[in-house]
Write a protein that binds this ligand. Structure first.
Ligand code: URA
Length: 209
């Protein structure tokens, strides 16, 4: 699986296991997702471009490096993407935010768009698309397709969990977009859920079940 970055750091794996448990409360699920998202942000921004600025330490002036956080746009696929977005924003506070509203047609499992709002000057920005579950891959493919119309400098896709079917669909449609994930689970069931997975990420984040 080329272009897939498996984030197998023990802290990420430990927190993911706690989230998968059906006993995990909404509160702890959300908190753990927030923490994992911060750790994922650390990995996904590893090759981020930096610039030199002039500062003064208490002893002398120097040139020092900073990230231009405003050039980064975090693109959240509604609604579950919000869970990752919050954690990532706490470590990249200068990032801009875009939203794509997609729902899965329960019969066809295809993605239907109902909302799309991005910051301006997208051609100058590095986009990080976030959605906890890369399952059928249909939403991710549709979101990236829409985003590409705005020609961002780069696109990365971050999820918490995926499966071989989701990776295949995404890589066939967008081989240029790297996928960052904490796990590649066994398979997709006939309802489009990842097995063993963690259930419906949106319901677990928002307590709507
Ligand atoms: N979306 C979810 O929330 N969970 C899955 O297992 C698949 C898609």
């Amino acid at each position: 699986m080329s272009n897939v970055h498996l984030l197998d750091h023990p802290l990420v794996q430990h927190k993911l296991t706690l989230m998968r448990r059906k006993e995990a409360s909404t509160n702890s699920f959300r908190r753990l997702l927030n923490e994992i998202s911060m750790l994922m942000a650390y990995e996904v921004t590893r090759d981020m471009a930096m610039q030199d600025i002039e500062i003064e330490t208490p002893l002398e002036p120097m040139h020092a490096k900073v990230i231009d956080g405003k050039k980064v746009v975090l693109v959240s696929i509604l609604r579950a993407g919000t869970g990752i977005l919050d954690g990532m924003l706490s470590v990249i506070p200068g990032a801009r935010v875009g939203h794509i509203g997609l729902y899965r047609d329960p019969k066809t499992l295809t993605a239907v768009e109902y909302y799309f709002k991005m910051p301006g000057e997208m051609e100058e920005r590095d986009a990080i698309v976030v959605d906890p579950m890369l399952a059928t891959g249909n939403s991710a493919v549709a979101a990236v397709e829409r985003l590409k119309e705005l020609n961002p400098k780069s696109i990365k896709f971050v999820c918490l969990l995926t499966c071989p079917e989701g990776v295949k669909t995404m890589q066939e449609a967008h081989p240029d977009v790297p996928i960052y994930t904490a796990a590649i689970d066994r398979e997709l069931n006939s309802h489009g859920y990842i097995l063993p997975g963690l259930g419906d990420a949106g319901d677990r984040i928002f307590g709507t079940k």
